[in-house]
Ligand binder design. Structure first.
Ligand code: SD4
Length: 291
C-alpha cells in the first residue's frame, strides 16, 4: 500500500508528482519533502515559501518541519529568512543527532554552511499585499492574522514507512520571531510508521494548546479510525478553547494511518485537502465544518 494526503488544494501539483513516485516505490521521506518543496517554489501561494506574506516588519520569516515515522527523527526551522526551500533544510536537520530545531539567524547560518541556496523570498506581489494592509490598518494599528495556510503532507510508501513535512510563512503580519505550530513536533505534525501521522493548519496559538497532531496519532494508536481521531480531536479542542479561553481560531487537520486510511476535520466552513493512494485516485476533497 502507498498513500499521500495534504492540506489545501495548493498541494495538488506537488502531490500528483509524489503520488507517481510513491506508486513507483520511492521513499515516503523524499516524496513528502519534494511535494512540499513544489508548493514552496510556487510564487502565487501567499502563505508558503517563495511569495509568502511578511511579518509586520516586512520580512518573510518561514517555518518548516520534517519527521521520519520509522526513527521518529525530526528536523525543523523557524523564522528562516531568504533560503530557497525551508523544508529541505528541515529534512537535512532531521539527520542530525542534536540541534534538530533551529530558528532565526542560527537556522540561516546552518543552512548556508550546508550549501543551501540563498533566495529573496519576498515577491513584489507579497509586498503589495503588505503595503495595502499597512494602509488599511494605519489608524487601528497592525492587526494580524488573515491570509494564512500551511501545507502539511503525509506520505506512506510501499515499504510501510511514513513521513510528514510542513511549510508555512505563518500568520500574515505576525511579530518578528513569532512561531506557530508548524515547526513544533506534536502540534503541527507527528508521525509514527507503526501507527500513522497527522498534520494541522490554522491558528498555531490554538493548535498548540491541544498538541493536536500528537493527540490524533495517539487516538489512532488506541484504535480509532483516522476520521474518528480527526473529528474527535477538532471538536474537543474547539469545545475546550471555547469554554476555557472564550474563543477558538481556525483548526483543520488531515491524518493517515499505516494502512493508508485517511481522515480530515475542520471547524471552518470548508477546508480543502488532497489525497492519492493505491486505492484512491488523486482527488481534491472538501471537509465541511463539523457542526
Ligand atoms: C501558524 N498554523 O503559523 C500556521 C498557519 C496556518 O492556516 O496554518 N494557517 O500558526
Amino acid at each position: 500500500m502507498w498513500g499521500i494526503i495534504a492540506t489545501w488544494r495548493m498541494a495538488l501539483e506537488g502531490v500528483s508528482e509524489s503520488a507517481s513516485a510513491l506508486a513507483a516505490g520511492k521513499a515516503a521521506s523524499t516524496s513528502v519533502v519534494d511535494a512540499v518543496a513544489a508548493v514552496e517554489d510556487f510564487p502565487l501561494y501567499k502563505s508558503v515559501g517563495f511569495g509568502g506574506l511578511p511579518t509586520e516588519n516586512g520580512d518573510v520569516e518561514l517555518d518548516a518541519a520534517f519527521m521520519d515515522g520509522d526513527t521518529l527523527a525530526f528536523g525543523a526551522v523557524g523564522n528562516l529568512v531568504d533560503i530557497a526551500n525551508p523544508v529541505r533544510v528541515a529534512h537535512a536537520l532531521s539527520r542530525q543527532r542534536y540541534n534538530c530545531l533551529l530558528v532565526g539567524q542560527g537556522a540561516r547560518e546552518w543552512a548556508l554552511e550546508q550549501g543551501f541556496r540563498e533566495k529573496t523570498m519576498l515577491t513584489e506581489r507579497a509586498m503589495q499585499h503588505y503595503r495595502k494592509r499597512c494602509r488599511e490598518t494605519l489608524d487601528k494599528g497592525l492587526s494580524p492574522y488573515d491570509g494564512h495556510d500551511t501545507v502539511g503532507i503525509i506520505g506512506l510508501d510501499r515499504h510501510g514507512s511514513m513521513s510528514v513535512a510542513t511549510s508555512t510563512s505563518g500568520l500574515f503580519m505576525k511579530k518578528r520571531g513569532r512561531l506557530g505550530d508548524s515547526p513544533i513536533m506534536g502540534s503541527g505534525f507527528y508521525c509514527d510508521s507503526e501507527v500513522g501521522a497527522a498534520t494541522a493548519t490554522g491558528v498555531g496559538e490554538d493548535l498548540m494548546k491541544g498538541c493536536t497532531s500528537y493527540e490524533i496519532v495517539r487516538r489512532m494508536a488506541d484504535g480509532m479510525s483516522p476520521q474518528q481521531a480527526a473529528d474527535s480531536v477538532v471538536c474537543e479542542l474547539e469545545d475546550r478553547l471555547m469554554s476555557r479561553f472564550g474563543r477558538a481560531g481556525d483548526l483543520s487537520v488531515v491524518c493517515m494511518n499505516r494502512r493508508g486510511e485517511f481522515g480530515a476535520a475542520t471547524n471552518i466552513k470548508t477546508f480543502s485537502f488532497v489525497v492519492a493512494s493505491e486505492t484512491q485516485p488523486l482527488t481534491v476533497f472538501r471537509a465541511d465544518r463539523l457542526r
